[in-house]
Design a protein around this ligand. Structure first.
Ligand code: ATP
Length: 373
Protein backbone atom coordinates (compact mmCIF):
# COMPACT_ATOMS: atom_id res chain seq x y z
CA UNK A 1 0.00 0.00 0.00
CA UNK A 2 1.40 3.43 -0.86
CA UNK A 3 1.24 6.62 1.16
CA UNK A 4 0.46 10.11 -0.19
CA UNK A 5 1.26 13.17 1.86
CA UNK A 6 0.27 16.63 0.67
CA UNK A 7 1.04 20.04 2.17
CA UNK A 8 1.57 18.60 5.64
CA UNK A 9 2.20 21.22 8.32
CA UNK A 10 2.77 20.61 12.02
CA UNK A 11 3.72 23.32 14.48
CA UNK A 12 4.50 23.14 18.19
CA UNK A 13 4.43 25.92 20.74
CA UNK A 14 7.62 25.87 22.73
CA UNK A 15 8.74 28.50 25.27
CA UNK A 16 6.52 31.17 23.74
CA UNK A 17 7.55 30.58 20.14
CA UNK A 18 6.19 28.54 17.26
CA UNK A 19 8.31 25.68 15.91
CA UNK A 20 7.36 24.57 12.37
CA UNK A 21 8.38 20.91 12.76
CA UNK A 22 6.86 20.09 9.33
CA UNK A 23 6.74 22.99 6.91
CA UNK A 24 4.56 21.82 4.02
CA UNK A 25 5.67 18.27 3.24
CA UNK A 26 4.68 16.71 -0.11
CA UNK A 27 5.71 13.09 -0.39
CA UNK A 28 4.72 9.90 -2.15
CA UNK A 29 5.94 6.71 -0.51
CA UNK A 30 5.58 3.88 -3.05
CA UNK A 31 4.10 0.52 -2.05
CA UNK A 32 6.40 -2.36 -1.06
CA UNK A 33 9.48 -0.21 -0.62
CA UNK A 34 11.75 0.47 2.30
CA UNK A 35 11.50 4.24 2.43
CA UNK A 36 13.79 6.08 4.80
CA UNK A 37 13.37 9.52 6.32
CA UNK A 38 16.91 10.69 7.04
CA UNK A 39 18.11 13.93 8.55
CA UNK A 40 19.83 15.64 11.46
CA UNK A 41 18.33 15.83 14.92
CA UNK A 42 15.25 18.07 15.02
CA UNK A 43 14.58 18.03 11.25
CA UNK A 44 11.06 16.62 11.70
CA UNK A 45 11.49 12.88 10.94
CA UNK A 46 9.76 11.59 14.06
CA UNK A 47 7.00 14.18 13.78
CA UNK A 48 6.27 13.05 10.22
CA UNK A 49 6.19 9.40 11.27
CA UNK A 50 3.90 10.17 14.21
CA UNK A 51 1.54 12.12 11.94
CA UNK A 52 1.33 9.12 9.56
CA UNK A 53 0.61 6.71 12.40
CA UNK A 54 -1.89 9.10 14.01
CA UNK A 55 -0.05 9.88 17.25
CA UNK A 56 0.21 13.58 16.29
CA UNK A 57 -2.48 15.82 14.80
CA UNK A 58 -1.15 17.96 11.93
CA UNK A 59 -2.20 21.61 11.52
CA UNK A 60 -2.88 21.32 7.81
CA UNK A 61 -2.53 19.04 4.78
CA UNK A 62 -3.64 15.53 3.94
CA UNK A 63 -2.40 11.95 4.48
CA UNK A 64 -3.71 9.06 2.39
CA UNK A 65 -2.81 5.40 2.98
CA UNK A 66 -3.73 3.37 -0.09
CA UNK A 67 -7.16 4.70 -1.11
CA UNK A 68 -8.12 5.86 2.37
CA UNK A 69 -7.71 9.45 3.58
CA UNK A 70 -6.60 9.01 7.19
CA UNK A 71 -6.17 12.69 7.94
CA UNK A 72 -7.31 15.84 6.15
CA UNK A 73 -7.54 19.31 7.64
CA UNK A 74 -9.77 20.68 4.88
CA UNK A 75 -12.09 17.64 4.76
CA UNK A 76 -12.09 17.30 8.55
CA UNK A 77 -11.12 13.63 8.47
CA UNK A 78 -9.16 12.01 11.29
CA UNK A 79 -8.95 8.22 11.43
CA UNK A 80 -7.73 7.00 14.87
CA UNK A 81 -4.35 5.20 14.98
CA UNK A 82 -5.80 1.73 15.62
CA UNK A 83 -7.99 2.01 12.49
CA UNK A 84 -5.11 2.93 10.16
CA UNK A 85 -3.88 -0.68 9.85
CA UNK A 86 -0.24 0.19 10.51
CA UNK A 87 2.45 -1.60 12.51
CA UNK A 88 5.02 0.36 14.47
CA UNK A 89 8.44 -0.51 15.90
CA UNK A 90 10.04 1.97 18.27
CA UNK A 91 13.59 2.64 19.42
CA UNK A 92 12.84 1.13 22.82
CA UNK A 93 11.90 -2.49 22.31
CA UNK A 94 8.61 -2.14 24.20
CA UNK A 95 8.19 -5.83 24.75
CA UNK A 96 6.39 -7.12 27.81
CA UNK A 97 8.88 -8.37 30.42
CA UNK A 98 6.42 -10.68 32.19
CA UNK A 99 5.67 -12.66 29.00
CA UNK A 100 7.72 -15.21 27.13
CA UNK A 101 8.74 -14.77 23.50
CA UNK A 102 5.70 -16.61 22.11
CA UNK A 103 3.16 -14.59 24.10
CA UNK A 104 4.85 -11.30 23.24
CA UNK A 105 4.63 -12.02 19.53
CA UNK A 106 1.15 -13.56 19.77
CA UNK A 107 -0.33 -10.60 21.66
CA UNK A 108 -1.68 -8.55 18.70
CA UNK A 109 -3.49 -11.67 17.41
CA UNK A 110 -4.81 -12.67 20.84
CA UNK A 111 -6.45 -9.27 21.40
CA UNK A 112 -8.20 -9.66 18.05
CA UNK A 113 -9.55 -13.07 19.09
CA UNK A 114 -7.71 -15.03 16.38
CA UNK A 115 -8.03 -18.82 16.81
CA UNK A 116 -5.23 -20.60 18.69
CA UNK A 117 -3.94 -22.84 15.84
CA UNK A 118 -3.78 -19.83 13.47
CA UNK A 119 -1.90 -17.85 16.13
CA UNK A 120 0.60 -20.69 16.53
CA UNK A 121 1.23 -20.86 12.80
CA UNK A 122 1.62 -17.09 12.35
CA UNK A 123 3.87 -16.69 15.39
CA UNK A 124 6.20 -19.42 14.25
CA UNK A 125 6.37 -17.89 10.76
CA UNK A 126 7.20 -14.45 12.24
CA UNK A 127 9.84 -15.97 14.55
CA UNK A 128 11.36 -17.87 11.67
CA UNK A 129 11.70 -14.61 9.74
CA UNK A 130 13.59 -12.91 12.54
CA UNK A 131 15.65 -16.07 13.20
CA UNK A 132 14.34 -16.66 16.72
CA UNK A 133 12.69 -20.05 16.21
CA UNK A 134 13.24 -22.38 19.16
CA UNK A 135 13.15 -19.53 21.70
CA UNK A 136 9.33 -19.45 22.06
CA UNK A 137 9.25 -20.27 25.76
CA UNK A 138 12.24 -18.12 26.77
CA UNK A 139 11.34 -15.25 29.15
CA UNK A 140 11.60 -11.98 27.20
CA UNK A 141 13.91 -10.51 29.82
CA UNK A 142 16.41 -13.33 29.29
CA UNK A 143 17.20 -12.23 25.74
CA UNK A 144 19.99 -10.00 24.44
CA UNK A 145 19.13 -6.47 23.26
CA UNK A 146 19.28 -7.57 19.63
CA UNK A 147 17.01 -10.55 20.31
CA UNK A 148 14.53 -8.33 22.17
CA UNK A 149 14.40 -5.96 19.23
CA UNK A 150 13.78 -8.92 16.92
CA UNK A 151 10.87 -9.98 19.16
CA UNK A 152 9.47 -6.46 18.70
CA UNK A 153 9.93 -6.82 14.93
CA UNK A 154 8.18 -10.19 14.92
CA UNK A 155 5.30 -8.71 16.92
CA UNK A 156 4.91 -5.85 14.40
CA UNK A 157 5.00 -8.38 11.59
CA UNK A 158 2.65 -11.02 12.96
CA UNK A 159 -0.50 -9.03 12.29
CA UNK A 160 0.62 -8.72 8.65
CA UNK A 161 0.12 -4.96 8.32
CA UNK A 162 0.44 -3.47 4.85
CA UNK A 163 2.69 -0.74 6.24
CA UNK A 164 5.18 -0.81 9.12
CA UNK A 165 6.68 2.36 10.55
CA UNK A 166 10.07 2.18 12.24
CA UNK A 167 11.42 4.89 14.53
CA UNK A 168 15.19 4.34 14.89
CA UNK A 169 14.64 0.69 15.82
CA UNK A 170 18.32 -0.28 15.83
CA UNK A 171 19.83 2.68 17.64
CA UNK A 172 20.03 0.91 21.02
CA UNK A 173 22.06 -1.98 19.64
CA UNK A 174 25.84 -2.17 19.50
CA UNK A 175 27.50 -1.77 16.10
CA UNK A 176 27.85 -5.48 15.25
CA UNK A 177 24.33 -6.39 16.34
CA UNK A 178 22.96 -3.39 14.49
CA UNK A 179 24.53 -4.60 11.27
CA UNK A 180 23.23 -8.16 11.75
CA UNK A 181 19.71 -7.04 12.63
CA UNK A 182 19.71 -4.58 9.72
CA UNK A 183 20.42 -7.42 7.29
CA UNK A 184 17.64 -9.58 8.77
CA UNK A 185 15.28 -6.62 8.61
CA UNK A 186 16.09 -5.84 4.99
CA UNK A 187 15.57 -9.47 4.02
CA UNK A 188 12.24 -9.95 5.71
CA UNK A 189 10.78 -6.64 4.56
CA UNK A 190 11.81 -7.36 0.98
CA UNK A 191 10.58 -10.98 1.09
CA UNK A 192 7.20 -10.01 2.52
CA UNK A 193 6.69 -7.04 0.19
CA UNK A 194 5.72 -4.70 3.02
CA UNK A 195 5.78 -0.91 2.73
CA UNK A 196 8.22 0.25 5.40
CA UNK A 197 8.74 3.84 6.49
CA UNK A 198 11.98 4.01 8.40
CA UNK A 199 13.33 6.91 10.46
CA UNK A 200 17.02 7.19 11.19
CA UNK A 201 19.83 9.72 11.46
CA UNK A 202 22.40 6.98 10.73
CA UNK A 203 23.64 7.44 7.16
CA UNK A 204 25.12 3.96 6.74
CA UNK A 205 21.91 2.36 7.96
CA UNK A 206 19.90 4.47 5.51
CA UNK A 207 22.18 3.58 2.60
CA UNK A 208 22.29 -0.14 3.38
CA UNK A 209 18.61 -0.64 4.11
CA UNK A 210 16.61 1.62 1.83
CA UNK A 211 15.10 1.45 -1.60
CA UNK A 212 14.51 5.21 -1.39
CA UNK A 213 15.71 7.93 0.94
CA UNK A 214 14.19 11.35 1.62
CA UNK A 215 16.62 13.76 3.28
CA UNK A 216 14.94 16.30 5.56
CA UNK A 217 16.15 19.51 7.09
CA UNK A 218 14.21 22.16 9.01
CA UNK A 219 10.82 20.55 8.34
CA UNK A 220 11.42 20.36 4.57
CA UNK A 221 12.32 17.53 2.23
CA UNK A 222 15.54 18.68 0.61
CA UNK A 223 15.94 15.78 -1.80
CA UNK A 224 14.86 12.19 -2.40
CA UNK A 225 16.21 9.33 -4.44
CA UNK A 226 17.70 5.85 -4.26
CA UNK A 227 20.80 5.40 -2.06
CA UNK A 228 23.22 5.60 -5.00
CA UNK A 229 21.65 8.82 -6.25
CA UNK A 230 21.75 10.38 -2.79
CA UNK A 231 25.37 9.35 -2.18
CA UNK A 232 26.98 9.82 -5.61
CA UNK A 233 24.70 12.25 -7.41
CA UNK A 234 23.05 14.52 -4.87
CA UNK A 235 21.77 17.84 -6.20
CA UNK A 236 22.19 19.80 -2.98
CA UNK A 237 25.26 20.59 -0.93
CA UNK A 238 23.41 19.81 2.31
CA UNK A 239 22.59 16.29 1.11
CA UNK A 240 26.06 15.57 -0.32
CA UNK A 241 27.61 16.71 2.96
CA UNK A 242 25.14 14.95 5.26
CA UNK A 243 25.21 11.52 3.64
CA UNK A 244 28.97 10.92 3.84
CA UNK A 245 32.41 12.43 4.21
CA UNK A 246 33.08 14.93 1.49
CA UNK A 247 35.58 17.54 0.39
CA UNK A 248 33.53 20.63 -0.44
CA UNK A 249 35.28 23.28 -2.47
CA UNK A 250 33.86 26.55 -3.87
CA UNK A 251 34.11 26.65 -7.67
CA UNK A 252 32.95 28.71 -10.66
CA UNK A 253 31.64 27.21 -13.90
CA UNK A 254 34.04 28.04 -16.77
CA UNK A 255 32.54 26.09 -19.66
CA UNK A 256 30.08 23.40 -20.64
CA UNK A 257 31.44 20.53 -22.76
CA UNK A 258 29.44 17.70 -24.30
CA UNK A 259 30.20 15.29 -21.47
CA UNK A 260 31.62 17.43 -18.67
CA UNK A 261 31.23 20.72 -16.86
CA UNK A 262 34.53 22.57 -16.49
CA UNK A 263 35.14 24.60 -13.33
CA UNK A 264 37.76 26.91 -11.94
CA UNK A 265 38.59 25.95 -8.35
CA UNK A 266 41.37 26.27 -5.79
CA UNK A 267 42.40 22.76 -6.94
CA UNK A 268 42.89 24.07 -10.49
CA UNK A 269 40.71 23.85 -13.59
CA UNK A 270 38.81 20.58 -13.35
CA UNK A 271 36.49 18.68 -15.68
CA UNK A 272 33.56 17.50 -13.56
CA UNK A 273 30.39 15.50 -13.85
CA UNK A 274 28.08 17.12 -16.41
CA UNK A 275 25.54 19.31 -14.65
CA UNK A 276 23.19 21.89 -16.05
CA UNK A 277 24.71 25.08 -14.58
CA UNK A 278 25.21 28.29 -16.53
CA UNK A 279 28.73 29.56 -17.24
CA UNK A 280 29.84 31.88 -14.43
CA UNK A 281 27.62 30.20 -11.81
CA UNK A 282 29.05 29.73 -8.31
CA UNK A 283 28.81 26.07 -7.34
CA UNK A 284 30.24 23.68 -4.78
CA UNK A 285 32.53 20.91 -5.92
CA UNK A 286 32.08 17.75 -3.85
CA UNK A 287 34.77 15.06 -3.94
CA UNK A 288 34.40 11.98 -1.74
CA UNK A 289 37.69 10.96 -0.05
CA UNK A 290 37.50 7.48 -1.62
CA UNK A 291 37.85 9.08 -5.05
CA UNK A 292 41.12 10.66 -3.97
CA UNK A 293 42.86 7.31 -3.56
CA UNK A 294 46.59 7.01 -3.74
CA UNK A 295 47.18 3.47 -4.94
CA UNK A 296 50.39 1.77 -6.00
CA UNK A 297 49.67 2.53 -9.64
CA UNK A 298 49.23 6.23 -9.11
CA UNK A 299 52.56 6.94 -7.40
CA UNK A 300 56.01 7.16 -8.91
CA UNK A 301 56.04 10.48 -10.69
CA UNK A 302 54.36 10.22 -14.07
CA UNK A 303 52.21 7.12 -13.58
CA UNK A 304 49.10 9.18 -12.87
CA UNK A 305 49.82 11.38 -15.86
CA UNK A 306 50.29 8.33 -18.09
CA UNK A 307 46.91 6.96 -16.98
CA UNK A 308 45.32 10.29 -17.70
CA UNK A 309 46.82 10.47 -21.17
CA UNK A 310 45.80 6.92 -22.06
CA UNK A 311 42.11 7.25 -21.31
CA UNK A 312 39.50 8.65 -23.69
CA UNK A 313 38.02 10.83 -20.92
CA UNK A 314 41.07 12.58 -19.50
CA UNK A 315 41.44 12.40 -15.73
CA UNK A 316 42.07 15.51 -13.70
CA UNK A 317 45.37 15.61 -11.87
CA UNK A 318 45.46 17.07 -8.39
CA UNK A 319 48.82 17.55 -6.74
CA UNK A 320 49.35 18.38 -3.09
CA UNK A 321 51.47 17.87 0.01
CA UNK A 322 50.68 15.02 2.37
CA UNK A 323 50.15 16.52 5.82
CA UNK A 324 48.85 13.65 7.95
CA UNK A 325 48.47 9.91 7.56
CA UNK A 326 46.29 7.86 9.94
CA UNK A 327 46.00 4.09 9.78
CA UNK A 328 42.32 3.09 10.19
CA UNK A 329 42.44 -0.58 9.18
CA UNK A 330 41.80 -1.15 5.50
CA UNK A 331 43.38 2.11 4.37
CA UNK A 332 45.25 5.13 5.59
CA UNK A 333 43.22 8.31 5.92
CA UNK A 334 45.24 11.24 4.73
CA UNK A 335 45.03 15.01 4.75
CA UNK A 336 46.52 16.61 1.67
CA UNK A 337 47.15 20.32 1.29
CA UNK A 338 46.51 21.88 -2.09
CA UNK A 339 47.10 25.62 -1.73
CA UNK A 340 44.72 26.79 1.01
CA UNK A 341 42.57 23.67 0.79
CA UNK A 342 42.98 20.67 3.04
CA UNK A 343 41.57 17.57 1.35
CA UNK A 344 40.62 14.27 2.92
CA UNK A 345 42.06 11.43 0.88
CA UNK A 346 42.82 7.71 1.11
CA UNK A 347 46.13 5.93 0.79
CA UNK A 348 46.49 2.24 0.00
CA UNK A 349 48.60 0.63 2.80
CA UNK A 350 50.89 -0.83 0.10
CA UNK A 351 51.99 2.67 -0.91
CA UNK A 352 55.15 3.93 0.76
CA UNK A 353 54.58 7.61 1.45
CA UNK A 354 55.13 9.82 4.46
CA UNK A 355 53.96 13.18 5.71
CA UNK A 356 55.71 15.92 3.74
CA UNK A 357 55.73 14.00 0.43
CA UNK A 358 54.25 15.47 -2.72
CA UNK A 359 51.41 13.25 -3.94
CA UNK A 360 49.25 13.25 -7.06
CA UNK A 361 45.71 12.05 -7.49
CA UNK A 362 43.92 11.23 -10.71
CA UNK A 363 40.27 12.28 -10.45
CA UNK A 364 37.76 11.05 -13.02
CA UNK A 365 35.31 13.79 -14.13
CA UNK A 366 32.32 11.72 -12.93
CA UNK A 367 33.78 11.77 -9.42
CA UNK A 368 33.78 15.56 -9.28
CA UNK A 369 30.19 16.27 -8.26
CA UNK A 370 28.88 19.82 -8.65
CA UNK A 371 26.09 20.73 -6.25
CA UNK A 372 24.02 23.80 -5.48
CA UNK A 373 23.52 25.36 -2.07
P1 ATP B 1 15.62 13.38 16.48
O1 ATP B 1 16.47 12.69 15.45
O2 ATP B 1 16.44 14.16 17.44
O3 ATP B 1 14.59 12.52 17.09
P2 ATP B 1 13.65 14.47 14.61
O4 ATP B 1 14.18 14.76 13.24
O5 ATP B 1 12.88 13.24 14.78
O6 ATP B 1 14.83 14.58 15.67
P3 ATP B 1 11.34 15.82 15.65
O7 ATP B 1 11.31 15.06 16.93
O8 ATP B 1 10.33 15.49 14.63
O9 ATP B 1 12.78 15.76 14.99
O10 ATP B 1 11.24 17.38 16.02
C1 ATP B 1 11.10 18.40 15.03
C2 ATP B 1 11.10 19.76 15.73
O11 ATP B 1 9.91 19.88 16.51
C3 ATP B 1 12.24 19.98 16.67
O12 ATP B 1 12.61 21.34 16.61
C4 ATP B 1 11.65 19.65 18.03
O13 ATP B 1 12.30 20.37 19.06
C5 ATP B 1 10.23 20.11 17.88
N1 ATP B 1 9.28 19.31 18.69
C6 ATP B 1 9.03 17.99 18.56
N2 ATP B 1 8.10 17.58 19.45
C7 ATP B 1 7.77 18.69 20.17
C8 ATP B 1 6.85 18.93 21.24
N3 ATP B 1 6.09 17.97 21.75
N4 ATP B 1 6.80 20.21 21.73
C9 ATP B 1 7.55 21.20 21.22
N5 ATP B 1 8.41 21.03 20.21
C10 ATP B 1 8.53 19.80 19.67
Amino acid sequence: MDIHIEGLVKTYQSEGRTVRALDGIDLHIPANQIFTLLGPSGCGKTTLLRCIVGLETPDDGEIRIGDQIVWSGRKRISVPPEKRGLGMVFQTYAIWPHMNVFDNVAYPLQVRGVRRPVIREKVSKALRFVQLEGLESRAATRLSGGQQQRVALARALVAEPKVILFDEPLSNLDAKLREETRKILRRFLTDLGITAVYVTHDRVEALALSDSIAVLNGGHIIERGDPQKIYFNADHRFVADFIGRANLVAATVLAQEADATVVQSPLGVLRCQKRDFSVGASVTLCIRPEFLLLSRFETGGSAGAADAAATATPLNLIEGRLETLDFVGEVYEAEVRVGDQLLLARVDPAVMVAAGDTVRFALAPEHGLLVME
